[in-house]
Write a protein that binds this ligand. Structure first.
Ligand code: KG4
Ligand code: ZN
Length: 384
């Protein structure tokens, strides 16, 4: 079957077409139209502007995806769309487009939760195929991957999620205030860096770390607090960390806070604090739940330092694990699928469809009349 997927939850207009054979998925085409240049001027995403841009871009982006996939609309068997969470004016454009196409083409329609898409993005793998270099394939041996723990780190979410099987989610802990990506974006703003702040901070932090000796950075490494690090739960808090950066900057001269080396040093100190907390809580959850698989999900999963430190933590846990078949496998999404994209929505839809009863699949033909976007949609368990 072929799935057309649409994602407009924030500032990317994204569509993809996926071919699914019940086990493997191939991404036939994947288009993302970013609005970063527009929102950078305002220091963050402006929902009304995002909505207007999605409206302008959605039809050309869908058309481009069909052209690149070399298929016709008749070849589509299922339409998938991000239902939430996200910015309501942005979600409305994708959901309206998907509902209209499903109604006019008389196709089944499935709403997908955005974070679920990020989690399932971990199973997409690039492969060189003799047909096209663009193909992305994944193959999942479902019996081997559960229990699974996902560290969700995006612009709107920071959660540790336990899955015992597909579409069975238990939130072990989550942020009590700002999300980790939001903290990167807010601290970048304090440091005079453009939106989105994550890539700007991590680029400077990583360069600073490479240039300097570890011993000369010890004080800096510990400069900012590690909120909730020692609390006996899996929750996070990042707003105090942002305030600590704000107060420390207030003590510096105008000249210092504009200095590139100083900015890079603060990026380094801040990134170390965020990564430390994320890694420590993850280790705690892994030790308690002994999962077979650990994945990271959401835009902050593109952070190289976070990936490195998590890998180191899991490698050291694995040293103690016996027998070797019980070692934890650590999956990361390919960089192309770390940030918002529609291929991840198509993959989650394929898996959901696979698990549905015949009655549930039939019901998808009526979704075009009932689906409403939900700006706060939580992860949804699949009931059969
Ligand atoms: O998942 P995503 O693309 O959108 C949401 O669902 O929110 O995540 C966007 C977030 C932004 O806050 C952005 O600053 C952050 O991901 N981000 C990063 C990096 N790349 C993107 N944060 C830290 N390091 C990065 N390399
Ligand atoms: Zn996202």
């Amino acid at each position: 079957m072929r799935i057309l997927s649409i994602e407009t939850s924030c500032d990317d207009t994204a569509t993809a077409i996926i071919e699914w054979d019940g086990e493997n998925a191939t991404v036939l085409a994947d288009t993302v139209s970013s609005q970063i240049a527009l929102h950078t001027k305002w220091g963050g995403v402006v929902p009304a502007l995002a909505s207007r841009e999605h409206l302008k871009n959605i039809v050309p982006v869908i058309e481009e995806t069909f052209t690149n996939a070399h298929i016709k609309k008749e070849d589509i068997d299922l339409i998938a769309v991000t239902e939430g969470p996200g910015l309501m004016p942005a979600l409305l454009i994708g959901v309206s487009a998907a509902k209209t196409l499903a109604l006019v083409w008389n196709k089944p329609l499935i709403g997908i939760q955005h974070i679920e898409g990020h989690i399932y993005a971990n199973f997409l793998r690039s492969q060189i195929s003799n047909q096209t270099l663009k193909s992305k394939i994944f193959n999942l041996q479902s019996e081997n991957i559960f229990p699974l723990i996902a560290l969700v780190v995006s612009g709107g979410h920071t959660q540790l999620v336990l899955m015992q099987k597909h579409f069975d989610y238990t939130i072990l802990g989550e942020t009590q205030d700002d999300a980790s990506g939001e903290a990167f974006d807010k601290v970048a703003r304090l440091l005079g860096l453009p939106y989105p702040g994550g890539p700007e901070i991590s680029k400077r932090a990583d360069q600073y770390r490479i240039k300097n000796e570890a011993s000369s950075m010890e004080t800096l490494q510990k400069k900012f607090p590690r909120p909730m690090l020692n609390d006996d739960n899996f929750n996070f808090s990042f707003s105090g960390l942002k305030t600590a950066v704000l107060y420390s900057l207030k003590k510096e001269s105008e000249e210092t806070i504009k200095d590139e080396t100083f900015i890079a040093s603060q990026c380094y100190a801040f990134q170390e604090a965020v990564v430390d907390v994320l890694v420590a809580k993850t280790k705690k959850a892994i030790t308690l739940y002994s999962p077979k698989t650990f994945v990271i999900a959401g835009g902050v999963s593109a952070n190289v330092r976070l990936r490195e430190q998590l890998k180191q933590a899991i490698d050291s846990i694995n040293l103690e694990v016996e027998p070797p078949s019980n070692k934890i496998s650590f999956l990361t999404p390919e960089f192309a699928y770390s940030l918002d994209n529609a291929a991840m929505i198509g993959v989650a839809a394929a898996f959901r469809y696979e698990q549905m009863s015949a009655k549930q699949r039939k019901g998808l033909l009526h979704t075009s009349l009932s689906l409403d976007p939900d700006a706060n949609l939580p992860l949804q368990n699949l009931s059969c």
